[in-house]
Design a protein around this ligand. Structure first.
Ligand SMILES: C[S@@+](CC[C@H](N)C(=O)[O-])C[C@H]1O[C@@H](n2cnc3c(N)ncnc32)[C@H](O)[C@@H]1O
Length: 218
Protein backbone atom coordinates (compact mmCIF):
# COMPACT_ATOMS: atom_id res chain seq x y z
CA UNK A 1 0.00 0.00 0.00
CA UNK A 2 1.46 3.37 -1.02
CA UNK A 3 1.74 6.07 1.70
CA UNK A 4 -0.79 8.30 -0.03
CA UNK A 5 -3.45 5.56 -0.49
CA UNK A 6 -5.60 6.61 2.47
CA UNK A 7 -5.52 10.25 1.43
CA UNK A 8 -6.46 9.35 -2.14
CA UNK A 9 -9.33 7.03 -1.16
CA UNK A 10 -10.67 9.47 1.41
CA UNK A 11 -10.50 12.42 -1.00
CA UNK A 12 -12.22 10.49 -3.79
CA UNK A 13 -14.98 9.48 -1.36
CA UNK A 14 -15.38 13.10 -0.28
CA UNK A 15 -15.80 14.14 -3.91
CA UNK A 16 -18.67 11.64 -4.11
CA UNK A 17 -16.90 9.52 -6.74
CA UNK A 18 -16.83 5.73 -6.84
CA UNK A 19 -13.67 4.19 -8.22
CA UNK A 20 -13.18 0.46 -8.67
CA UNK A 21 -9.88 -1.43 -8.24
CA UNK A 22 -8.94 -0.93 -11.89
CA UNK A 23 -9.33 2.84 -11.62
CA UNK A 24 -7.31 2.98 -8.39
CA UNK A 25 -4.60 0.89 -10.06
CA UNK A 26 -4.55 3.29 -13.05
CA UNK A 27 -4.27 6.31 -10.74
CA UNK A 28 -1.52 4.64 -8.76
CA UNK A 29 0.46 3.87 -11.94
CA UNK A 30 0.07 7.45 -13.08
CA UNK A 31 1.18 8.87 -9.72
CA UNK A 32 4.24 6.58 -9.70
CA UNK A 33 5.19 7.79 -13.18
CA UNK A 34 4.82 11.42 -12.09
CA UNK A 35 7.04 10.83 -9.06
CA UNK A 36 9.58 8.90 -11.12
CA UNK A 37 9.99 11.49 -13.88
CA UNK A 38 9.31 14.71 -11.96
CA UNK A 39 12.93 15.26 -10.84
CA UNK A 40 14.16 14.98 -14.43
CA UNK A 41 11.36 16.67 -16.37
CA UNK A 42 10.04 19.13 -13.74
CA UNK A 43 6.45 18.13 -14.50
CA UNK A 44 4.72 19.44 -11.35
CA UNK A 45 5.85 21.52 -8.39
CA UNK A 46 4.81 19.07 -5.68
CA UNK A 47 5.43 15.55 -4.43
CA UNK A 48 3.94 13.12 -1.90
CA UNK A 49 0.63 14.11 -0.30
CA UNK A 50 0.84 17.59 -1.80
CA UNK A 51 0.96 16.05 -5.28
CA UNK A 52 -2.16 14.03 -4.50
CA UNK A 53 -4.20 16.97 -3.22
CA UNK A 54 -2.96 19.83 -5.40
CA UNK A 55 -2.88 17.95 -8.68
CA UNK A 56 -4.70 14.60 -8.68
CA UNK A 57 -7.68 15.44 -6.45
CA UNK A 58 -7.83 19.00 -7.79
CA UNK A 59 -8.11 17.57 -11.32
CA UNK A 60 -10.89 15.19 -10.23
CA UNK A 61 -12.89 17.86 -8.40
CA UNK A 62 -14.74 18.87 -11.60
CA UNK A 63 -16.03 15.34 -12.38
CA UNK A 64 -19.56 15.81 -10.96
CA UNK A 65 -19.95 19.06 -12.93
CA UNK A 66 -18.62 17.50 -16.14
CA UNK A 67 -21.01 14.56 -15.76
CA UNK A 68 -23.90 17.04 -15.47
CA UNK A 69 -22.75 19.09 -18.46
CA UNK A 70 -22.37 16.04 -20.70
CA UNK A 71 -25.36 14.03 -19.50
CA UNK A 72 -27.33 12.61 -22.43
CA UNK A 73 -24.50 13.26 -24.92
CA UNK A 74 -23.58 10.23 -27.06
CA UNK A 75 -19.90 9.26 -27.04
CA UNK A 76 -18.64 12.69 -25.92
CA UNK A 77 -15.17 13.95 -26.77
CA UNK A 78 -13.01 15.98 -24.40
CA UNK A 79 -9.82 17.91 -25.19
CA UNK A 80 -7.41 18.97 -22.45
CA UNK A 81 -5.32 21.91 -23.69
CA UNK A 82 -1.78 22.51 -22.47
CA UNK A 83 -2.04 19.19 -20.67
CA UNK A 84 1.59 19.24 -19.46
CA UNK A 85 2.01 16.05 -17.44
CA UNK A 86 -1.65 15.10 -18.14
CA UNK A 87 -3.46 17.41 -15.71
CA UNK A 88 -6.37 17.39 -15.50
CA UNK A 89 -6.72 15.12 -18.58
CA UNK A 90 -5.36 11.81 -17.26
CA UNK A 91 -7.18 11.77 -13.88
CA UNK A 92 -10.37 12.79 -15.74
CA UNK A 93 -9.91 10.00 -18.30
CA UNK A 94 -9.52 7.50 -15.45
CA UNK A 95 -12.69 8.78 -13.80
CA UNK A 96 -14.78 9.18 -16.97
CA UNK A 97 -14.20 5.84 -18.62
CA UNK A 98 -16.96 6.18 -21.27
CA UNK A 99 -15.43 9.29 -22.81
CA UNK A 100 -12.71 9.80 -25.41
CA UNK A 101 -9.96 12.29 -24.61
CA UNK A 102 -7.35 14.25 -26.53
CA UNK A 103 -4.42 15.77 -24.66
CA UNK A 104 -2.89 18.75 -26.47
CA UNK A 105 0.70 19.60 -25.54
CA UNK A 106 3.38 21.34 -27.57
CA UNK A 107 6.47 20.53 -25.48
CA UNK A 108 8.16 17.38 -26.81
CA UNK A 109 9.48 15.90 -23.58
CA UNK A 110 6.06 16.25 -21.92
CA UNK A 111 4.48 14.56 -24.93
CA UNK A 112 6.91 11.66 -24.44
CA UNK A 113 5.89 11.42 -20.78
CA UNK A 114 2.20 11.49 -21.71
CA UNK A 115 2.44 8.74 -24.33
CA UNK A 116 4.38 6.50 -21.95
CA UNK A 117 1.96 7.13 -19.06
CA UNK A 118 -1.06 6.36 -21.24
CA UNK A 119 0.39 2.99 -22.27
CA UNK A 120 1.25 2.07 -18.67
CA UNK A 121 -2.19 3.17 -17.42
CA UNK A 122 -3.87 1.23 -20.26
CA UNK A 123 -5.61 4.33 -21.54
CA UNK A 124 -4.17 4.50 -25.06
CA UNK A 125 -7.30 3.04 -26.66
CA UNK A 126 -9.40 6.12 -25.85
CA UNK A 127 -6.90 8.86 -24.96
CA UNK A 128 -4.75 10.42 -27.72
CA UNK A 129 -1.99 12.97 -27.54
CA UNK A 130 -1.69 15.79 -30.06
CA UNK A 131 1.93 16.88 -30.15
CA UNK A 132 0.93 20.33 -31.37
CA UNK A 133 0.41 23.95 -30.56
CA UNK A 134 -3.26 24.68 -29.91
CA UNK A 135 -3.34 26.88 -33.03
CA UNK A 136 -2.69 23.78 -35.20
CA UNK A 137 -5.34 21.54 -33.67
CA UNK A 138 -8.15 20.40 -35.97
CA UNK A 139 -11.32 18.82 -34.69
CA UNK A 140 -14.51 19.48 -32.82
CA UNK A 141 -14.80 18.67 -29.12
CA UNK A 142 -17.85 18.52 -26.88
CA UNK A 143 -15.92 19.71 -23.87
CA UNK A 144 -12.58 21.46 -23.51
CA UNK A 145 -10.66 21.64 -20.25
CA UNK A 146 -7.54 23.52 -19.27
CA UNK A 147 -5.72 24.18 -16.04
CA UNK A 148 -2.78 26.51 -15.35
CA UNK A 149 -2.92 27.42 -19.03
CA UNK A 150 -3.14 30.88 -20.61
CA UNK A 151 -5.46 33.55 -19.16
CA UNK A 152 -8.94 33.29 -20.67
CA UNK A 153 -8.65 36.50 -22.73
CA UNK A 154 -5.49 35.16 -24.34
CA UNK A 155 -6.96 31.83 -25.41
CA UNK A 156 -10.72 31.91 -26.03
CA UNK A 157 -10.54 33.07 -29.66
CA UNK A 158 -8.20 30.15 -30.41
CA UNK A 159 -10.42 27.61 -28.58
CA UNK A 160 -13.68 28.69 -30.22
CA UNK A 161 -13.03 26.96 -33.61
CA UNK A 162 -12.37 23.54 -32.03
CA UNK A 163 -15.42 23.61 -29.76
CA UNK A 164 -18.58 21.86 -31.03
CA UNK A 165 -21.51 24.27 -31.62
CA UNK A 166 -23.12 23.23 -28.33
CA UNK A 167 -19.76 22.53 -26.70
CA UNK A 168 -18.57 23.81 -23.36
CA UNK A 169 -15.28 24.92 -21.82
CA UNK A 170 -14.39 24.03 -18.23
CA UNK A 171 -11.46 26.22 -17.18
CA UNK A 172 -9.87 25.42 -13.81
CA UNK A 173 -9.25 28.67 -11.96
CA UNK A 174 -8.15 29.80 -8.51
CA UNK A 175 -9.27 32.99 -6.80
CA UNK A 176 -12.72 34.31 -7.73
CA UNK A 177 -11.40 37.93 -7.82
CA UNK A 178 -8.71 36.99 -10.29
CA UNK A 179 -11.26 35.17 -12.44
CA UNK A 180 -13.54 38.23 -12.42
CA UNK A 181 -10.67 40.36 -13.75
CA UNK A 182 -9.89 37.80 -16.45
CA UNK A 183 -13.53 37.80 -17.54
CA UNK A 184 -13.56 41.60 -17.76
CA UNK A 185 -10.60 41.36 -20.14
CA UNK A 186 -12.46 38.70 -22.18
CA UNK A 187 -15.27 41.23 -22.76
CA UNK A 188 -12.76 43.85 -23.88
CA UNK A 189 -10.31 41.79 -25.92
CA UNK A 190 -11.99 38.68 -27.39
CA UNK A 191 -13.80 38.57 -30.73
CA UNK A 192 -15.65 35.40 -29.71
CA UNK A 193 -18.73 35.75 -27.49
CA UNK A 194 -19.42 33.58 -24.44
CA UNK A 195 -22.05 32.82 -21.85
CA UNK A 196 -20.25 32.35 -18.57
CA UNK A 197 -21.09 30.64 -15.30
CA UNK A 198 -18.94 29.59 -12.36
CA UNK A 199 -18.91 26.68 -9.96
CA UNK A 200 -17.01 26.76 -6.70
CA UNK A 201 -14.97 23.56 -6.40
CA UNK A 202 -14.31 21.94 -3.09
CA UNK A 203 -10.99 20.08 -3.07
CA UNK A 204 -10.62 17.91 0.05
CA UNK A 205 -7.61 18.90 2.21
CA UNK A 206 -6.78 21.91 0.02
CA UNK A 207 -6.86 25.23 1.82
CA UNK A 208 -7.29 27.42 -1.25
CA UNK A 209 -10.11 28.71 -3.37
CA UNK A 210 -10.74 26.77 -6.59
CA UNK A 211 -13.25 27.73 -9.25
CA UNK A 212 -14.46 26.10 -12.43
CA UNK A 213 -15.31 28.65 -15.09
CA UNK A 214 -17.88 27.27 -17.54
CA UNK A 215 -18.20 28.92 -20.94
CA UNK A 216 -20.72 28.21 -23.72
CA UNK A 217 -20.51 29.87 -27.13
CA UNK A 218 -22.69 32.85 -27.77
C1 LIG B 1 1.81 25.62 -16.67
S1 LIG B 1 1.71 24.16 -17.62
C2 LIG B 1 0.24 23.41 -16.98
C3 LIG B 1 0.17 21.95 -17.28
C4 LIG B 1 -1.08 21.24 -16.74
N1 LIG B 1 -2.27 21.67 -17.40
C5 LIG B 1 -1.22 21.40 -15.24
O1 LIG B 1 -2.25 21.88 -14.79
O2 LIG B 1 -0.28 21.02 -14.51
C6 LIG B 1 1.14 24.74 -19.21
C7 LIG B 1 1.37 23.75 -20.32
O3 LIG B 1 0.75 24.23 -21.50
C8 LIG B 1 1.62 24.01 -22.60
N2 LIG B 1 1.25 25.03 -23.60
C9 LIG B 1 1.30 26.38 -23.44
N3 LIG B 1 0.82 27.00 -24.54
C10 LIG B 1 0.43 26.02 -25.41
C11 LIG B 1 -0.15 26.04 -26.71
N4 LIG B 1 -0.43 27.19 -27.32
N5 LIG B 1 -0.42 24.87 -27.31
C12 LIG B 1 -0.13 23.69 -26.67
N6 LIG B 1 0.42 23.61 -25.44
C13 LIG B 1 0.71 24.77 -24.81
C14 LIG B 1 3.01 24.17 -22.03
O4 LIG B 1 4.00 23.48 -22.79
C15 LIG B 1 2.84 23.54 -20.64
O5 LIG B 1 3.12 22.16 -20.64
Amino acid sequence: MATYDNLLHDSIDQLGLQFDDTQYAQLSTYIKELELWNPTYKLVGASGNELITKHIVDSLSSVPTILDLLSGKQDPTIADLGSGAGLPGIPLAIALRDYRFTLVERMGRRVGFLNNALVLCRLSDRVSVYDQDLSQVKGSFDLVTFRAFHPLYDILDAVEPILAPDGVICAYKGQEDQLRMELEQVEKQCKSKWTVSQVSLSVPYLDAQRMLCILHKG
